[in-house]
Design a protein around this ligand. Structure first.
Ligand code: BGC
Length: 592
């Protein structure tokens, strides 16, 4: 290191003032605005949250019974992954009846009770709506198969004749996001529901996901009318909003033209978008078509008929962020998941860029920014951030894959979560991250249920490792997940020390960090706060520091600790401080 470098470095490794100069890039919001602008929303994945009936699969009464955990944590709303009637070919993202609860998860009465209990505790409920495709067990699809080619029943889906002399080639070259072709020929269907009648039927149907998830044709007026009714069905039952699955996918380019690019879930592309973010977007004729926005304008009007600021949340893997912001223009949806943030590397400069780009893009349309680090489709961030080396974003981790460094991963995950919760906007938590849960990385392959595992020809471990049943009580069988001790996937040994009862009783635990952070976030109104980058670290490669209202949030990515002023009042820290300094991979919140 040269002399000049060392001077530059040492001046960058001390926070010199508790009155730092900042460059404000996002203004403070009016505190009377809608709840979703600043909400911390907790994702419940029902089959893995808590089981009440002992079958080893979580259910809705299990969620109701554990609501007080969420109240103690301090969240504002719960997003429930799908609980509708479904053959569970994609863990419920294959819906057979949009107006009923699957018996696996309970009944409509159980759902009503959950909404009532949540509301009585001040928690809101967001349901997950899956409009891009149905299950092959949905009445419409069964009717379409029975009615045959050319029938009005087929017009609600994307059935087409094949190419080639005998129609033996798929209608275009699109690939399924789970691997393999995006088309299945009716007479080659391998679903358990395939019927003898199918044999002579040689049309093909489109499915961007599994063969059991046929895509709807959103040009069809009955499809549009049906989903507006479905929205009303759940709004009438009291839901506070919807998370819209694959919100960028419902409308396809006319003529379904060939496209040679790759499609993937959150990992998306590897080419940087124009704002520098990578990995959160997909393009091509099946995604982000102009026509999807008409659907959301219509839905916005449906929600507007109801009191209580009901909200629509887009799951759209779209880049750049300015393109994503189009989903949350004032007459469309209200929030969109920020996958650009989730996929950004653990580097000060990259995170500074994505935070700035996110706030600018959403401010442009008057929407709140959202922040997210984990969900049911990606490797839990406590493990993802412990992966070093080339493949930083695989789809799942299997026994024979490079394993994460658990200690490094948790340390970084805590620092990342504390940084995220200090940002203005709305934040999403995935169940179990508040316990510091890692991914299950050595699951037996024969237990895997994610269709991505077999559809990718057993090359992608898939998403089961982030969907393992939660640990509640460390000394009970199945760690208290179910009264019988059964769990639909086995829990790794490491889950014992992560159990909620252990975490609650341990000073400095991940749970206590989240709980304290959410309390400070609320009392300092950080969700509606401003963001100003601290100028002395503005170009730093190792320190990210910003001020939100009267709280300074500082993360050190580098090896040299960052010294704080002697009178600094540290509100929360993601890990122990060294001699008043902030060590590597640690975030602190300091009172200004
Ligand atoms: C959901 C996935 C699901 C897919 C198909 C997504 O983006 O989050 O879990 O497999 O949509 O519905």
């Amino acid at each position: 290191m040269t002399h000049i470098d060392s001077i530059a470095d040492s001046s960058a490794l001390e926070l010199t003032s508790l009155n730092p100069t900042t460059t404000v890039i996002h203004p403070k919001s009016d505190s009377a605005r809608e709840w979703w602008r600043s909400a911390v929303i907790y994702q419940v994945y029902p089959r893995s949250f808590a089981d009440s009936d002992g079958d080893g699969i979580g259910d809705i009464p299990g969620v109701t019974a554990r609501l007080d955990h969420l109240v103690e944590l301090g969240i504002d709303a719960v997003w429930l992954s799908p609980f509708y009637r479904s053959p569970q070919a994609d863990a419920g993202y294959d819906v057979a009846d949009y107006r009923d609860v699957d018996p696996l998860f309970g009944t409509l009465a159980d759902f009503d009770e959950l909404v009532a209990q949540a509301h009585s505790r001040g928690l809101r409920i967001i349901a997950d709506l899956v409009p891009n495709h149905t299950s092959d067990d949905h009445e419409w699809f069964k009717a379409a198969l029975a009615a045959g080619p050319g029938s009005p029943e087929r017009a609600r889906y994307l059935f087409r004749e094949g190419k080639g002399e005998n129609g033996e080639l798929p209608p275009n070259n699109w690939k399924s996001i789970f691997g393999g072709p995006a088309w299945t020929r009716v007479n080659e269907r391998t679903s358990p529901l395939a019927a003898a009648d199918d044999v002579s039927d040689d049309q093909w149907y489109l499915h961007m996901f599994d063969t059991r998830q046929p895509d709807l044709d959103w040009e069809h007026p009955e499809v549009r009318a049906e989903f507006e009714e479905v929205l009303r069905f759940w709004l009438d039952r009291g839901v506070d909003g919807f998370r819209i699955d694959v919100a960028h996918g419902m409308v396809k380019a006319p003529g379904l033209p060939d496209w040679d690019g790759d499609v993937a879930m959150v990992e998306g592309t590897t080419e940087p978008a124009e704002d520098g973010s990578t990995g959160a977007g997909n393009s091509g004729p099946m995604f982000d078509q102009e026509g999807v926005h008409d659907i959301y304008r219509a839905w916005n009007m449906v929600l507007a008929d109801y009191a209580g600021d009901r909200a629509l949340v887009a799951e759209a893997w779209v880049e750049p962020l300015s393109r994503l912001a189009r989903y949350v223009r004032s007459d469309e949806m209200h929030q969109a998941f920020n996958f650009s943030y989730l996929t950004t590397a653990w580097e000060a400069a990259a995170l500074r860029n994505v935070v700035t780009a996110s706030l600018h893009a959403s401010d442009e349309v008057g929407a709140p920014t959202t922040w997210v680090l984990s969900n049911h489709d990606v490797i839990r961030h406590a493990s993802r951030m412990g992966l070093t080396g080339a493949a930083v974003r695989p789809n799942g981790i299997g026994k024979n894959d490079p394993q994460p460094d658990a200690e490094l991963g948790l340390r970084r995950a805590r620092a990342a979560s504390l940084q995220m919760l200090g940002l203005p906007g709305s934040a999403y938590l995935y169940q179990g991250e508040e316990l510091g849960l890692p991914e299950h990385t050595d699951l037996d392959d024969d237990l895997r249920q994610d269709p991505a595992w077999w559809r990718s020809g057993y090359t992608e471990a898939g998403r089961d490792g982030c969907r393992v049943p939660l640990p509640w009580e460390s000394d009970k069988p199945g760690l208290g997940f179910s009264p019988t001790g059964k769990t639909w996937l086995p829990q790794p040994d490491s889950y014992k020390e992560c159990a909620a009862d252990v975490q609650r009783a341990t000073e400095g635990s991940t749970f206590s960090m989240y709980r304290d952070a959410l309390a400070v976030r609320k009392s300092h109104d950080l969700g509606l706060g401003s963001l100003g980058w601290v100028e002395e670290f503005a170009g730093s490669a190792t320190v990210l520091a910003f001020v939100n209202n009267d709280v300074l949030v500082l993360t050190n990515f580098g090896e040299t600790p960052v010294a704080l002023p002697a009178d600094a009042q540290v509100l929360i820290s993601s890990g122990p401080l060294t001699d008043g300094g902030v060590p590597q991979d640690t975030t602190v919140w300091v009172q200004l």
